[in-house]
Design a protein around this ligand. Structure first.
Ligand SMILES: [Zn+2]
Length: 344
């Protein structure tokens, strides 16, 4: 039982159905078989581009110094919800999907119609834990700010118990309020080590019904705040992409790393201008197209409604894929994980 099954189809599924239909209609001739093989081989040559939105509030947004969100990551403001819904419509209109990851506490809000609407458009919604917990933490009070301030919430529980419960109830909340199965799992924060060597965490996720995780974020150079990125920094981001390609852990769990550079690194940490962010994304997608790679673009609508109110970033990604449609396609992390599982 995989939680991400059935509530949407990877975009590549349409091509497979069409091939099956044609093979059935014409009878299975050698030509049709060869054609299908060629199409499958071509599919493996296509760069997979995913747009992902993490649904949570972000410190220092919408104003610098705003850090109370650390304690209430799921208390989304209206602007964040509106931005998420509008982006979902724009990408759907271009024939793509956004892969959302939802912090469970979002689902305590009075109204979640906007998220239901997103789900009804076919966008997958994955699990991002209930309180945005740090799965790599070794002490209970390091798991999340909320538990450091209010330790009675997790009193007597081990780190493993806190993390397991935080993930389990998020899937339960998505099922209860949005009527969807959690479409995969993304760790709050990314790590250069991903879940390598953490068989305990890999097994915990498999046990909770997940077949893939998005937890890796590769190291790269970054510019000091307010300093425009140099060519060297742009190049170091592209050079990090080979370390951000999907793979399978020994336990069978698939890893789909986040690709650099995220909106957090570009805007919150380094205070980039939007044009530089667009340039870096363009360079990364070009690398993926040339290397048949995967680009797992990560952003947060709580940051993007401030930094990119006109949706230039998602539009640009859609434009780049459309301009190279024989060599690149928009997909979801389910689609990426499926290609790893099929023996890529
Ligand atoms: Zn997050």
């Amino acid at each position: 039982m995989t939680p991400q099954a059935n509530h949407h189809q990877p975009l590549s599924g349409h091509a497979a159905s069409r091939r099956d239909f044609l093979a059935g209609a014409a009878g299975v001739s050698l030509a049709a078989t060869l054609g299908a093989r060629t199409a499958a081989a071509n599919d493996e040559q296509v760069a997979q581009i995913a747009i992902t939105f993490d649904l949570e509030m972000s410190r220092h947004y919408p104003q610098r110094g705003m850090t109370e969100w650390d304690y209430q990551k799921g208390n989304l403001n209206e602007e964040t919800k509106r931005y998420s819904l509008e982006a979902a419509k724009r990408v759907r209109d271009r024939g793509g999907l956004i892969h959302f990851f939802c912090v469970g506490r979002v689902l305590e809000q009075e109204n979640v119609d906007w998220l239901r609407e997103i789900a009804e458009m076919g966008h997958p919604i994955g699990n991002h834990t209930y309180d945005h917990v740090n799965v790599w933490a070794s002490e209970p009070d390091k798991v999340q700010f909320r538990f450091a301030r209010s330790p009675w919430l997790v009193a007597g529980q081990s780190v493993e118990q806190i993390i397991r419960e935080n993930i389990r109830i998020t899937s339960a909340a998505l099922q209860s309020r949005v009527k969807v199965k959690a479409a995969g799992f993304r760790t709050p924060g990314g790590s250069r080590t991903a879940l390598n060597g953490r068989e305990d965490l890999q097994r915990l996720l498999l046990d909770l019904g997940f077949s893939w995780v998005s937890s890796g974020y590769p190291p790269h150079q970054s510019s000091p705040p307010e300093t425009p990125p140099t060519d060297e920094i742009f190049a170091s981001i592209v050079d990090a992409l080979p370390s951000a390609q999907p793979y399978r852990y020994p336990t069978g769990l698939v890893e789909v790393p986040m690709s650099p550079i995220s909106d957090v690194g570009a805007f919150r940490t380094s205070r980039w201008k939007r044009a530089d962010f667009l340039k870096s994304i363009r360079q990364c997608i070009q690398w993926c197209v040339s290397h048949h790679g995967v680009f797992d673009f990560l952003c947060h609508p709580s940051i993007m409604y401030v930094e990119d109110p006109g949706f230039e970033v998602v539009d640009h990604i859609c434009d780049l894929v459309a301009a190279d449609k024989d060599r690149a396609k928009l997909t979801t992390l389910d689609g990426i994980a499926a290609r790893v599982s099929s023996g890529q």
